[in-house]
Design a protein around this ligand. Structure first.
Ligand SMILES: *[C@@H]1O[C@H](CO)[C@@H](O)[C@H](O)[C@H]1NC(C)=O
Ligand SMILES: *[C@@H]1O[C@H](CO)[C@@H](O)[C@H](O)[C@H]1NC(C)=O
Ligand SMILES: *[C@@H]1O[C@H](CO)[C@@H](O)[C@H](O)[C@H]1NC(C)=O
Ligand SMILES: *[C@@H]1O[C@H](CO)[C@@H](O)[C@H](O)[C@H]1NC(C)=O
Length: 624
């Protein structure tokens, strides 16, 4: 036989002769094998859901030119199945196109389809509509949860199957669940069910794996037989000790750090996270030296456009920017960390030229005009009480008693999810905030209208409190009385903004107290200067002296701003939403108080982000 004459060829290699494309775990030689050859990946995380489609190729190319040979991405279930059975895979959600681009550039893909992903993404990627079933136990064998997972994976995984490496595509490995060992449920039947489900859709050959913290306590509930166990850990620690944890679960096979943290996430009200390039480079070097496979999380963080940010417990939501202090900035620019990492990789691989930084433009100051308050919208859409999905909802009732002296209107500590803007007869009276502010003082006659605009600031994405219902989740009290008789108005704000319906009503608010106003909409527009062929270019918007709210440009929801709490001050505005053919329309929903009471107010478009902690390297010329 062939084997007799060529004794050095092992079974894996012989198998690869029969199947020209193969990808497998080699337990004898502690490595992956691609087409029979030893293969080691140096990968980076990029979430297509956080980057406009037009920039996918640019970001992937920059990753390739840093020396990566692989990328890793999550698939957020709630991004694709907005309501049960209604799927969206178009435009910015076209994950198949994303996979094709990666493959065209020569990058293989590590796919993380969940169903739970964490990722600082709303509810860890699980659809909020799962909470329609009261007391559902997410990430467990709960039959309603499993039925929804089966249906979703029955849609997604067959779509992914042609993109598996052995079928001619870029996907080399597929992760099942995510850091399940950190979840309280520890339900092995659930993990076994997922394992069977993935196999039934993807086949026997694909390498399925799990990822858990590098500690035996995590691997205990996270790893099961049949799924290759990998670990995640950040820079600065003991690489040998961390991989020893993986070796405990997998005595043989490749070493894999599935999430090597290049930076860290942010929360509103805490300083921007910064991790030094030197420490990242040092640990990367150590991992590569022991032959490990590494995924850098994140290589580019991108942006939580719209309402997609998640939150941690005790309730602490993440800002719009998911910059992560990553090697590529939120806007895709090269940083000092990019070059430090490239330097390390260069020792093991030959690299090509780096693409240039994407230019930014400062469009300057744009005057803003008030066009209406929250009340404008109540008449636009009214629905009967349903699950509150995203954005803002208005609760309305009346004062049951005369409050001739200031009377406390209170919620229990965790009763408002997440922030409530309270007004009585159209006059702002105060703000309630989950776990932070539980009382406002109210005066008014019995029968006065009480409006509470409740903001969903993002669902918890990690831990045991991911069943994060939004709205008023407890009864509110007024003095000794309980407030009842609520009507709930669903505000289709995004539809109203994109259809230009805000400008139709003239605001006629009663006078407001000096410190606070009714939540209100403001609009302005700007024209892209002519005669500069390279425009439109990316930019950043900042709202000096504005307090908290949401911004849309040409109907595209840029995200939340909250400069009074920080750390984020500017918001990334990608060029693809700007127009040279018509004035660009800026819409702001200011929830607290706009700086317009004493004259005109404005927003500003700048060419640099703030804070500049993760600033792009200033390149004089693009390196050859
Ligand atoms: C790292 O961990 C290994 C294994 O636990 C241990 O032998 C070694 O001394 C540690 N190195 C340092 C620098 O602490
Ligand atoms: C509120 O006060 C008015 C007089 O100011 C009185 O006519 C009315 O009955 C009171 N309503 C309640 C519910 O106490
Ligand atoms: C609100 O109060 C009503 C009446 O006492 C009670 O039935 C209901 O369970 C309470 N709701 C919450 C969320 O506590
Ligand atoms: C901005 O709004 C104006 C007025 O509604 C409209 O004519 C224009 O097309 C809008 N601009 C863009 C870029 O959509």
């Amino acid at each position: 036989t062939v084997k007799d004459r060529l004794p050095c060829l092992n079974d894996t290699f012989l198998k690869s002769l029969a199947a020209p494309r193969s990808f497998s775990v080699d337990y004898q030689n502690d490595c992956f094998r691609r087409d029979g050859q030893e293969f080691r990946y140096i990968s980076g995380s990029i979430h297509y859901s956080r980057i406009p489609r037009v920039y996918w190729k640019d970001r992937l190319l920059k990753m390739y030119m840093a020396g990566l040979n692989a990328i890793q991405t999550y698939i957020p279930w709630n991004y694709h199945e907005e309501s049960p059975g209604r799927y969206n895979f178009g435009g910015d959600r076209d994950v198949e196109y994303f996979l094709k681009l990666a493959q065209d550039l020569g990058l293989v893909v590590i796919l993380r389809p969940g169903p739970y992903i964490c990722g600082e993404w709303d509810m860890g990627g699980l659809p909020a509509w799962l909470l329609n079933k009261k007391d559902i136990v997410l990430r467990s064998s709960d039959s309603d949860y499993i039925a929804a997972v089966d249906k979703w994976m029955g849609k997604l995984l067959p779509m992914m199957k042609p993109y598996l490496y052995q079928n001619g595509g870029p996907i080399i490995t597929v992760q099942v669940e995510n850091e399940y060992g950190s979840y309280f449920a520890c339900d092995y039947n659930y993990m076994r069910h997922l394992s069977k489900l993935f196999r039934s859709h993807l086949g026997e050959e694909v390498v399925l794996f799990t990822t858990d913290g590098a500690g035996l306590n995590y691997l205990k509930c996270g790893s099961i037989q049949g799924l290759y166990a990998t670990v995640d850990f950040g820079p600065g620690g003991n690489v040998t000790a961390a991989f020893a944890a993986q070796r405990h679960a997998e005595p043989h096979g490749p070493l894999v750090n599935s999430e090597f943290y290049t930076g860290w996430l942010d929360h509103w009200g805490s300083p921007h996270s910064v991790v030094s390039s030197a420490i990242v480079a040092k640990s990367l070097n150590e991992m590569l030296a022991v032959g490990a496979n590494v995924n850098l999380y994140m290589f580019i963080g991108g942006t939580n456009f719209g309402y997609w940010n998640g939150a941690n417990t005790p309730y602490s939501p993440q800002p719009t920017s998911y910059d992560y202090d990553a090697p590529l900035t939120e806007a895709g620019d090269l940083t000092e960390k990019y070059f430090a990492i490239r330097e390390v990789i260069q020792m093991v691989r030959t690299l090509g030229p780096i693409p240039p930084t994407t230019p930014k433009y400062a469009y300057g100051t744009v005057g803003m005009k008030k066009v209406g308050t929250q009340l404008t919208l109540c008449f636009y859409e009214l629905t009967i009480k349903k699950l509150f999905a995203f954005g803002y909802v208005l609760y309305r009732t009346t004062l049951p008693v005369n409050c001739s002296t200031p009377t406390p209107l209170s919620s229990p500590l965790n009763g408002v999810h997440d922030r409530a803007y309270v007004s009585v007869d159209g006059v702002a009276v105060g703000i309630l905030e989950r776990n932070k502010a539980i009382t406002v003082k109210v005066t008014g006659k019995a029968g006065s209208q009480v409006d509470i605009l409740v903001e969903n600031m993002g669902r918890i994405n990690y831990g045991k409190y991911i069943n994060d219902l939004k709205g008023l989740v407890s009864n509110l009290t007024l003095g000794k009385d309980m407030l009842t008789g609520w009507t709930m108005y669903s505000l289709r704000i995004d539809e109203a903004v994109s259809q230009g319906l805000l400008g139709e009503t003239k605001p006629t608010d009663p006078p407001q107290p000096a410190a606070l106003s009714l939540p209100a909409f403001y609009e302005g527009s700007f024209i892209i200067p002519g005669g500069i062929p390279a425009l439109p270019q990316d930019t950043y918007i900042q709202l000096p002296k504005w307090r908290k709210g949401q911004v849309w440009i040409n109907g595209f929801n840029i995200g939340r701003y909250w400069p009074t709490r920080g750390p984020q001050v500017t918001l990334f505005v990608p060029a693809n939403i700007l127009s040279t053919a018509a004035p660009n329309n800026v819409t702001v929903l200011e929830l607290e108080e706009a700086p317009c009471s004493s004259g005109p107010c404005s927003v500003e478009f700048t060419a640099t982000p703030h804070p500049e902690c993760n600033s792009p390297v200033k390149l004089q010329t693009a390196p050859a």
